[in-house]
Design a protein around this ligand. Structure first.
Ligand code: SF4
Length: 218
């Protein structure tokens, strides 16, 4: 579970109902290429990928581990020391109050990054004007998404979100986790075709990490 030493919210506290936070990294050099950032791990994800290495972040109704005021207070003290703040997850777009939370962070003078799989295209479209960078997961070929995420519409939603991202002009990085349990040769072939069709020359293939994942059937 991502965490820090800034203290945690009392169990079950919904700090002013703003945003539910499952973890916080006060400094990261790896979550936004070229930027020194803090990372807010939003609680909850509508998908259920077998390779998820943060499954504790999947339940949407788990209590917030941090108060929003704690996070803002910490960030206030880091102005000038951090370049930006990344909203990660879980799936940050699940949070109804994400635009308000992002606006509050931006008001402190930080650049804004988002990690997303694109599960909510309409919400994504609303936050895109606030963003300086997006790390976008292309999980598989569109037709293979439901087998990976266990969500019927996930392939369509991800592709619609990616179209919005492209149209927005916001800088982005795309990546795929090469889950050896999922990627049979035909699925890998379809993924490569998808990446080629989308013209993603700098697409990043990430190695699968067993750490933190739930037990898998061989
Ligand atoms: S989309 Fe990300 S957070 Fe959600 S289940 Fe898949 S790997 Fe985990």
């Amino acid at each position: 579970m991502p965490g820090s030493d800034i203290g945690t919210a009392a169990s079950g506290v919904w700090d002013r109902g703003l945003i539910r936070i499952g973890g916080f990294a006060p400094v990261s050099f790896a979550d936004w290429p070229g930027e020194i950032s803090a990372v807010i791990f939003c609680q909850g994800c509508p998908w259920d990928c077998g390779y998820c290495h943060n499954p504790d972040l999947i339940p949407a109704r788990a209590p917030s581990r941090y108060g929003w005021d704690q996070i803002l207070g910490f960030l206030r003290q880091r102005r000038g020391l951090l370049d930006g703040v990344v909203f990660s997850g879980g799936e940050p777009l699940l949070q109804k109050h994400l635009p308000a939370a992002m606006a509050a962070v931006k008001e402190l003078g930080f650049r804004l990054g988002l990690h997303t799989g694109g599960a909510y295209p309409a919400r994504f479209g609303r936050v895109l004007p606030l963003l300086d960078w997006v790390g976008f997961d292309i999980k598989a070929a569109p037709q293979d998404y439901p087998d990976l995420t266990h969500s019927r519409r996930s392939g369509d939603d991800a592709m619609e979100s990616f179209r919005l991202l492209r149209r927005s002009g916001v800088p982005f990085e795309t990546r795929t986790t090469l889950d050896p349990y999922f990627f049979t040769p035909p699925r890998l072939f379809r993924l490569e075709q998808t990446i080629r069709a989308l013209g993603l020359n700098d697409h990043r293939m990430q190695d699968y990490r067993e750490t933190g994942t739930r037990p898998r059937a061989g």
